[in-house]
Design a protein around this ligand. Structure first.
Ligand SMILES: Nc1ncnc2c1ncn2[C@@H]1O[C@H](COP(=O)(O)OP(=O)(O)O)[C@@H](O)[C@H]1O
Ligand SMILES: [Mg+2]
Length: 323
């Protein structure tokens, strides 16, 4: 019989080094199922190998050439769940990861302040739908991540021209969101990280440079074109801690939705709102934040999944003794 291990389902090996190191440091075995590589087969009548399965499928997989990774993960997770395997961030969470419409609905239905948003199915309705938004407004892809399709428009004429131009990027699922532009009180957003449904830390991400691509992973760092040291936009935000009422509400939301690992983003606006707009269930941790934080995101994940693995082995032992 194979030794039980933690299996991570992903499609981007570039994001794995911090997790490999954390699992090694915590002494937790980790086996990678890399769906960026094709050619795997699954015998649907066979029982999955024993262990804990963790899905880290990313909504932006298609931008790395892995156009079927979402469907591959859906298939794999359905099979695992049909066998009763313990899956962390399973199939219902995958549906959330790949749909900002689903994230908006989850947040709204739990009473969070969310940005006013219209989902436009296909390219044709965009110009008309935008008329209901007073500029500035932004667009984003329903299946996004790393700022895909996020653009700000200051006039309807600019938007109309953009939609008609070659610059318009077709979203992979055909759905573009038009969203009210949230003017931040100070130029930063906050991302609160959770592991095992519990708060880990909050990160303040400086947005003064105007970029919407805020991937925190080292593998996403873009070199400064001027050759100078890039400004580091990520910092720990200690004021947002485990006792903060918003953090408590996020924990309750995650528990209800069965989301175990997530980074939730919010903006505090100039007119006093706290608006939640992004639920990332495939989360990367920024190395500069990790360097100063008393707790580590990847180490928290390794400990959490290591704990589940130990429980799983205890349960297996009990069954074996009874047999
Ligand atoms: N409604 C908004 N108003 C102003 N800025 C926004 C808004 N939505 C997103 N942004 C900015 O764009 C970034 C990317 O948008 P987000 O919805 O998080 O997409 P992704 O899933 O690609 O990260 C955010 O972190 C934030 O800085
Ligand atoms: Mg985001």
């Amino acid at each position: 019989m194979t030794t039980p291990t933690v299996y991570v389902i992903h499609e981007n090996a570039d994001w794995m080094p911090p997790f490999r190191a954390a699992f090694e440091a915590e002494g937790v075995p980790l086996t990678e199922i890399d769906l960026g590589e094709t050619g795997s087969t699954v015998d649907l009548g066979s029982e999955p190998a024993p262990g804990i399965y963790w899905s880290r499928m990313s909504a932006s997989a298609h931008t790395r050439g892995h156009v079927h990774a979402k469907e591959d993960t859906r298939a794999l997770l359905r099979w695992l769940e049909s066998w009763g395997e313990r899956v962390v961030n399973g199939s219902s969470v995958l549906e959330l990861e790949v749909s900002k419409v689903a994230q908006h609905g989850l947040l709204r239905s739990h009473g969070f302040d969310v940005p006013r948003t219209t989902a436009v199915l296909g390219r044709d309705g965009l110009v008309e739908a935008a008329r209901a938004f007073e500029p500035p407004f932004i667009t984003k892809h329903n299946q996004g991540g790393k700022g895909l399709g996020v653009r700000r428009f200051d006039t309807h004429a600019d938007f109309d021209a953009h939609v008609a131009s070659d610059d318009f990027e077709e979203p992979v699922d055909g759905i573009t969101l038009i969203q009210e532009y949230l003017a931040a009180r100070e130029p930063f957003i906050t991302r609160a990280e959770f592991v095992g449904g519990r708060f880990v830390y909050a990160v303040r991400v400086d947005t003064s440079a105007g970029s919407f691509e805020l991937c925190p992973a080292d593998a996403c760092a873009v070199p400064d074109p001027s050759g100078g040291d890039a400004v580091e936009p990520f910092a720990l935000r200690p004021k947002i801690n485990a006792d903060h009422p918003l953090v408590r509400r996020y924990e309750a939301l995650l528990a209800e939705a069965g989301i175990e690992i997530a980074g939730i983003e919010f903006i505090e606006t100039a007119d006093g709102r706290t608006v939640t707009y992004d639920v990332n269930t495939n989360t990367n941790y920024n190395p500069d934040v990790e360097a100063v934080s008393p707790v580590s995101g990847p180490r928290s994940i390794a400990r959490f999944l290591g704990g589940l693995l130990a429980e799983h082995e205890d349960a297996a032992d009990t069954v074996f003794q009874r047999a």
